[in-house]
Design a protein around this ligand. Structure first.
Ligand SMILES: [Zn+2]
Length: 430
């Protein structure tokens, strides 16, 4: 039997192992925030990967944003050399999950199996993908122990909160310097290759006024009315302009194939009272109003231009409103990234998808960011994609699940990609 067929059969035979591994991972409730049980899940992965012949290292992101003695940011990096010179293929999965939230009909940390699916928080995002990559590597090592190069598997903290205690930290430590190919098993679906993501620019806009008694508003200056004028100008000029900016990036869903802006929050005047407080508000003219905006931008756009557009809105308002004044503060920025379709890791996964599904892979770009940003910007490695089982729409929702057949098939794709990238064809027959 050809190696590809043997690899596929080997993985199909490991289905119950794959399910049990996914269940075990889901049952460690690595909630972020606060960043719980990172050490426990790293210890679990450590035992598993040592048994598979990896050398492992547990790395705490000391001093990184979010790291504390109460909630240390632990990461694991495991490496297995094949014994011949060659490339390093690195699978990176985040180990953290978001809060369960309401509306579950199963235990979010029970790992229940039902109708061919494993349920639980993190099932698709992304413990199912992590499990699939481990099974892929184990099966590949079993059949091709003398492969070229090396396989690495990392489990990293804090992706859901920016990745600073995870992939960003590892990249700063030079942990991607020797890596040639990165596959991030985020749930983009088993037959799609995700090349990258749009950019992010978050900012806080503050309008200024003057406090006065609410019965004599003419003695003050209402910062909320000023903010209203900003919103009006955004509706008139900015939102229509953004809708015109289309991208050649294959972003999914289709609605995100343009520039977007979300208003995350607006607050002006007195703080809202806690539920149960029965007093009345006091009469004051608000002297400050703050708005947080979340602008997602395209690879064709320049981040300086993104910022200039928002400033232009504020300056237009200033020209038309006596007394108008504002501050604008950048909160967060991530540049867009997109791997070329002819990059080696893309080619290897595309060929594996063709083999497993008998058709071409779809190429997509994610509307939001993930850890590829750090591998690109800090690690300076472009040859990186997201590829993994699960449906992105289920991420962060109640009754999150991952399909068992999807996990098996993506593990097959990952193992075939390994055989392509690590010269398994040159493996002496055993
Ligand atoms: Zn994720």
């Amino acid at each position: 039997m050809a190696l590809a067929e043997r690899l596929k059969a080997e993985i199909a035979a490991r289905e119950s192992d794959l399910v049990a591994l996914t269940q075990d991972l889901i049952r460690i409730p690595t909630l972020n925030p606060p960043g719980a049980f990172y050490r426990e899940i790293c210890d679990y992965l450590d035992q598993r990967l040592l048994k598979a012949g990896f050398e492992t290292e547990l790395i705490r992101a000391e001093g990184a944003v979010g790291d504390s003695d109460a909630h240390p940011r632990w990461n694991i990096v495991a490496r297995r050399e094949g014994g011949r010179p060659g490339d390093t293929v690195h699978f990176n999965s985040h180990i953290d999950v978001v809060e369960a939230g309401h509306g579950w009909t199963v235990d979010p940390f029970g790992g229940e199996v039902k109708d061919g699916r494993v349920y639980g928080r993190g099932a698709c995002d992304m413990k199912g993908g992590l499990a699939a990559s481990i099974i892929a590597a184990e099966a590949f090592i079993e059949l091709c122990p003398d492969h070229a190069g090396a396989i690495e598997i990392s489990g990293t903290a804090d992706e859901e909160s920016g990745g600073f205690g995870g992939v960003a930290y590892l990249a700063q430590q030079g942990r991607y310097a020797h890596v040639d190919h990165v596959i991030i098993p985020e749930p983009l679906n088993k037959d799609r290759i995700c090349l990258g993501h749009r950019g992010v620019w978050w900012a806080e806009v503050e309008t200024k006024g003057e406090i006065a008694h609410g019965s004599m508003p003419f003695l003050g200056d209402c910062a909320v009315r000023h903010m209203g004028a900003v919103l009006q100008e955004m509706e008139t000029s900015l939102f229509p302009a953004l809708a015109q900016k289309r991208t050649a990036m294959p972003v999914v869903p289709e609605g995100a194939r343009q520039s977007t802006l979300n208003i995350n929050s607006i607050h002006g005047g007195e703080p809202e009272q806690a539920a149960g407080y029965t007093g009345l508000p006091s009469p004051c003219v608000p002297d400050r109003c703050r708005m947080v905006i979340d602008r997602r931008f395209l690879i064709e756009e320049d981040i300086e231009e993104v910022e200039r557009e928002v400033r232009a809105v504020l300056e237009t308002v200033r020209r038309g409103r006596p007394g108008f004044d504002y501050d604008i503060t950048e909160l967060h920025r991530v540049l867009p990234t997109m791997t070329e379709r002819d990059a080696p890791v893309v080619g290897a996964v595309a060929q594996a998808v063709r083999n497993v599904f008998g058709r071409e892979a779809d190429y997509v770009v994610s509307p939001g960011t993930y850890d590829q940003k750090h591998i690109d910007r800090i690690g300076r490695l472009k040859n990186c994609i997201a590829y993994g089982p699960g449906i992105l729409d289920l991420a962060h929702k109640p009754d999150e699940y991952v399909g068992i057949a999807d996990m098996v098939e993506s593990a097959q794709v990952m193992a075939l990609a390994l055989s392509e990238l690590l010269d398994a064809a040159g493996t002496p027959p055993s």
